[in-house]
Design a protein around this ligand. Sequence first.
Ligand code: PMP
Length: 394
Amino acid sequence: MPKLADDLSMTRNTRLNSLTPSKIRAFDEKASKIPGIIKLTIGEPDLNTPEHVKEAAIADINANDSHYAPQAGKPELRQAISDYLKRSLNVDYDPTSEICVTVGATGALNDVFMTILNPGDKILVPTPVWALYFQLIKLTGAIPVQIDTSKDGFVLTPEHLEKVLLNEGKGAKAIILTDPSNPTGRVYPSDTLKKLAEIIKKYQLFSITDEIYGELVYEDNVHHSLSEYIPERNILISGLSKAYAMTGWRLGYIAGPKEIMASICKINAFLVTSVTDNVQAAAIEALNNGKNDPIKARKIYEERLKFMKSGLEKLGFEMSTPQGAFYIFAKIPDSFGTDDEAFANELATKAKVGVTPGRYFGKGGQGYVRLSYASSTENLKEALRRIEKYVENI
Ligand code: PMP
């Protein structure tokens, strides 16, 4: 086994020093070692990729479509994305100049941060939030400014945004909004988005919206996008990972004004050349002929959400009603104090149920735990039974 030469040991990119190892992953790995544990820590669908989507990829492989794809994505796929955005949000993006296909939504985030952020720039991040943002932002040398939304039911209010822009966020260049949210499951109402759009415009910010869970909204909630109100400054990120159960295929996209998309597509091409040819064929099939797939998935998640929410509430967990994605962000019962990390550790070792401590998602997450209901109904039932037994015996 080769050992790195001593004279090379201190020569890596110094920005890596600011990155902290993922606590979510570390906790998950530790929990995975507990025999018989049911893990509700996972942020990915337990459903399978739809058959017709798999078949489209297989046909594409058999047709030897295995070359470098166009760098911004196959034209048919960019057209399918443009059509999808038009029918779901009524927003207009030109497939040739305003859309770029990426390696998952993660690749999209990386492209966008690298395009707009310089070292020292501030970017506003409402929290609790999916923690990878912090790492990707720090890799560019920019500074994430956390906005704790826990006092407002995990929704950033226009008043709060303006207050931050006059104080710790003064001079910020951009804001990123996750809607629907991981970890809280909150969905922004259109009137809040409209008011946020006014402030974003007033302070001349870029907005980046991570809409990866946009198809997964429940009851009478409707997903909207800042692109409906400020298309001239919003950069929309989404992908197929969650709604089509395609996490492993790594297919995401970005839509935005053409002037900035030219730079974003350039960075994407330098980093990855192009997204896997056959994966793009699968994505075309999913978007053009799989309109019912997210609807089916939504029904399944909605039932599980109802079941988990009522079960947890009976046990003394409080929560702002989750409206989208597939997470419940629950306040741990008062009798357990406010140490979410200790609670999650105990629940893993004593009850054999894995949940993620809320503090790992940034400011405002302390005292909460995140449970993913992207797990089979059987698993959820058993997990709830174990939590009940544990809580009642304390
Ligand atoms: N954004 C959010 C908010 C997420 O929760 C996730 C996955 N956990 C991603 C992006 C990553 O999506 P992808 O797998 O398409 O890279």
